[in-house]
Write a protein that binds this ligand. Sequence first.
Ligand code: GLA
Length: 764
Amino acid sequence: MIHFNPKTRMLNLILRSSVYAMQIDNKDRLVHVVWGPHPVGVDGVLSGKIKPILSDHASFEFQTRRDELLTFGDTTTHEVTLKASFATLPDPLPDGDAPHLPIRDVRLRYVSHEIVTDAQPGLAPAHGLPTVNREPRETLRIQMADPVQPLTVTLCYRLTPAQDIIERWLELANMGDAPIEIEQLFFGALHLPNGTTELTSVSGAWAQEFQTQRERLPIGRRVIEHRSLQTGHAANPFFLLNRPGQAWEEHGTVYFGALAYSGSWQLSFEQFHSTDVRVHGGYHPADFGLTLVAGAQHKTPALVCGVCDEGWGGASRRLHAFTRERILPIAVAASQLRRAALQTVPLESHETGGAVRTPAAADYRPILYNSWEATYFGITEQNQIELAQKAAAIGVELFCLDDGWFGGRRFDVAGLGDWTVSPDVFPNGLEPLISEVNRLGMDFGLWVEPEMVNPDSDLYQAHPEWALHFPGRPRTEARCQLILDFGREEVVEHIFNALDSLLAQYNIAFIKWDMNRNVSEPGSVVGKAIWQAHVAGVYGIIDRLRAKYPHLTIESCSGGGGRIDLGILGRTDQVWTSDNTDALDRLRIQEGFSLAYPARVMEAWVTHEKNHQTGRSHELSTRFDVAMRGALGIGASLNGLDEAELKECASYIAFYKRIRHIVQGGDLYRLERLEESDASTILYVLPDGSEAVYSVVVHSHKMGQFRRMVPLRGLIPSATYEVLDRYQKVRLTATGYELMVQGIGGDEDGRSGHSRTLHIKRVE
Ligand code: GLA
């Protein structure tokens, strides 16, 4: 609910268990009042009687004022949300004065506000596919304007009360007739209570993504960031913040936020000497430049933020539910599409009535087989068909052909850019393979890396000017490839057409969209605007493809987990979490991933016994128990497995099919984290408490240390549950109360790699 008191000019945004309040002061400035959880069962409006202690008089401390939108001009000593410069003077100069151009001073004053429904932030998906929950949401739009310069800024706040989430974004407009240079632009700033200085975030690298780091903010500034054309491995754009010692996994007030953007980004955390904390998130200031020509507008993507009183776990569950219900698109199941075509029923008819849709079995991520680690670049029609037959026999639902099927791509040195099927590998095109995959009852998927070009390719020979570069300067190759200039409309069009032809010609249900390098020499025909233009180009192609092929689903990959964020998730269905498929390394990667992103999108493969990345060996049970925590896939060469092992795989896959609605749709409780333990224990519980999945994996065994029992969470205390193993054998019958007080007794012997997954089902 959004409430405005015209007397006090207080604006209250009231969510399920939190409140966000602002006030328009007597100088028409918009001042932040408070943001935090409200007591259970109380959702009253704050009157504005209690004034924050602020001072803007002192000559050195005037930054204690808490403007909702911090602009450069009267604020210069601290971080700002917006810095703009004006090349002209609006009024004639008083005698004796000089122009002092460019004018770098923005003062925004309140003009008006309105409450609308279903407003969209910048770069919102344009594919038109629905999300699980389509209930309209209130958005508060507060118009501010500079009293002298022709710049207006609208602050937008879209509320998702059920998850205590507010999406913040800005809309800028140049109302004058001269260009305005925007030199710095975040999507929003957050003012947190003083002392909120414990930061949880992730750092990483290729094959080591999502390593959790927890630290105390220093007084001064700490940034997490990535400067490239994708989200990056080195960090991920989300954070959790709390007062040190006052929040834990399931307790305490935790603020959280994430950027819905896949380009060069920064989250900047400022702690003042007063211990007040501000967070700024949005476009990375490095090499940023945006010219707002006369009459132009710019809408930023969203900074998604929230607060809860249920610890880090509560923050993660809110982000997960928000992503599942409000961000992920729902593709039209291919079978429904065929039916709709037969009956000439409009496609929309696949929707059930009402705004909140109950997911059907077809809405969960299918079990994927990917042949990359089985055949690498040694693809033949025959070896793919053999793998597909074996995959179908163990229960796989989607078969994905990875790199190497196109152009001159016989290794990673050539061919990117030439998106036509290579006759050397598939003399009869992809048709024979796809028909066989479909005949086996599976969907077919294809790997592409559309933003890239190898200098050794027909595309580059024809259009060397299409790669990012600065004329006359060297072009740095990485993995022998360059990045296409998505600032050129003809390049975006060319890539769209190449993918469109493939999708039109073949029955492709899934694409794995890869991106395998960081940027260098970001020279583009659009200049500095390339940072946003690249992201808009990628999003635009995906949105057009999804609109045209509503059954298509997409995996976002960038050398593993380099493009995972709430922006790309608005147009993809799953992500490739990491190229590192070592089960024990994956545990830590998946734990960090789970801080912000739901299991449903976390593609996790079971690969070879001796892992190709780390050379370590793990039992099949460990590999399955870890991969079944996300969207299960298989990446091992099935040719190397004997009948007994294939049977074992089939049994795990059958088990996963029984529990996947819980893994992919349940609430996550991290019962035991690797951060503080030698084992990882997690629980997924359906929101109604009727079923759960319990998963424990011992990471590093220490002699003399025994496993302990870990109490469960989220169950119904008075209900009786059966605890079933993979063979559906009842291992234990107990009440929710017993399970939540004692935990599940068991046979963990503490060995590294020892693991179990159990299905918990309410029986009474
Ligand atoms: C990236 C991906 C891998 C695989 C290769 C193919 O590294 O992360 O899964 O697709 O590219 O070249």
